[in-house]
Design a protein around this ligand. Structure first.
Ligand code: PLP
Length: 397
């Protein structure tokens, strides 16, 4: 075998995801993109906001000398300061530029954080249903993931279950709100309870347990819900986010990591993270994007549009008898699979030209994910297909 055994196994274990993707691609080739309803990918169909193009034009018309050169591995000082100002306003904690590291998206930031903190064999608690890359990211840096289910009715973290999973080897807990795949938004009370439990466990075990708060959907919240800042409730917390979703820039790989100013040995942590950003080969986050997002910290794509999409699809599926939690944010729905085998259900959906992802892909068999970051028109045109699928699986007579 010419490639690493571990990677070969990882590819084989995810081969059904590839197969579903290939089957979807075959459907698109056969029937045309407009006749297949692809709800499988979290790749926003919308374009970045006007303000992004305005800043881009400004920069193209008035280039800054040296703007394409290497820089400090942490990123431009003014970009870090702009991020810090926004986080201070949101949390009430004094976040400074020195607490911020610009990263290659949230994925890059998560890898930097995990490499910075993990010793071989240390454990990372993840909450099912979870973004599957967490497992690979922890493994990249010698970590072992321990899965803990959220509350199956609400998808909120179960603090008691998390506490039971903490051992003398636990180094981190990854949380994600608004959540992919469930759309759950964690309220202040849960964060507070989590923070209190972690303080107790950390003094009991005599070690730091980091909460890595993965927040790429933080600006995508509905019904005037407020996202509480993790910095206000959890001392050893690190925020990781990106502009992949809120500014619709996933291909540009721009995000950041921010450490709570109250974090244990915060300067040491940041020095470690900056070093890891370098030696992971990212070196620094993309220069052009850093300059652009400096003045876009209060911008976002049209949330109202996403809310309309959520409402339309949620009420249609609810009317057809699908059981699901109404998401408070993000752009995913995570209904129960009407037949026990979620892979079989997703295959059945393909027959109606609906492309979905089985819950098994998120450590949650028995559910399926719908990514509604597609054109409104696609959702409208898909409604009859959902109806046919519901009848087909016995939901509707
Ligand atoms: N975390 C979650 C929960 C995600 O859904 C995604 C992307 O879909 C990421 C992290 C990675 O985002 P990025 O594109 O910024 O690397």
């Amino acid at each position: 075998m010419s490639i690493s055994t571990k990677i070969q196994t990882a590819i084989e274990n995810s081969s059904w995801i590839r197969r579903m993707f290939e089957e979807g691609a075959a459907l698109i080739a056969q029937y045309g993109r407009e006749n297949v309803f692809d709800f499988s990918l979290g790749n926003p169909s919308n374009e970045p906001p006007e303000a992004f193009y305005r800043e881009l034009h400004k920069l193209v018309d008035h280039p800054v000398a040296g703007m394409h050169r290497y820089m400090h591995n942490a990123g431009y000082e003014e970009t870090r300061a702009a991020v810090a100002k926004t986080l201070t306003a949101k949390s009430g904690q004094l976040v400074e530029a020195k607490h911020v590291l610009m990263t290659c998206g949230a994925g890059g930031g998560l890898n930097v954080a995990l490499k910075t903190i993990l010793n071989p064999g240390e454990e990372v608690v993840i909450l099912a249903p979870y973004f599957v890359e967490y497992k690979f990211y922890a493994d990249n840096h010698g970590g072992i993931t321990r899965e803990v289910w959220t509350n199956r009715k609400t998808f909120q973290p179960d603090v008691e279950a998390i506490e039971s999973a903490i051992t003398e080897k636990t180094r981190a807990l990854i949380i994600n709100s608004p959540n992919n795949p469930t759309g759950a938004v964690y309220p202040a009370e849960i964060l507070k309870k989590l923070g209190q439990m972690l303080e107790r466990k950390q003094s009991e075990l005599g070690r730091t347990i980091y909460v890595i708060s993965d927040e790429p959907y933080a600006r995508l919240v509905y019904d005037n819900l407020q996202i509480p800042s993790v910095f206000d409730f959890i001392r050893n917390s690190v925020i990781i986010t990106s502009h992949s979703k809120d500014l619709a820039l996933p291909g540009e790989r721009i995000g950041y990591l921010a450490a709570s100013p109250a974090l244990d040995d915060v300067t040491l942590f940041m020095n470690g993270a900056i070093f890891c950003n370098r030696v992971l080969g990212f070196v620094n986050a993309p220069a052009l994007m850093q300059r652009l997002v400096t003045s876009l910290q209060d911008e976002s794509i049209d949330i109202g549009e996403y809310q309309q999409k959520r409402d339309l699809l949620y009420s249609h599926l609810d009317g057809l008898g699908f059981k699901m939690v109404k998401p408070g944010g993000g752009f995913y729905l995570f209904p129960q699979s009407p037949i026990a085998d979620d892979l079989a259900f997703v295959r059945q959906a393909q027959k109606h030209k609906l492309l979905l992802v089985p819950g098994s892909g998120f450590g949650a068999p028995g559910f399926f994910r719908i990514a509604y970051c597609v054109e409104m028109e696609t959702i409208h045109r898909s409604l009859p297909a959902w109806e046919r699928l519901a009848i087909d699986v016995g939901l509707k007579c």
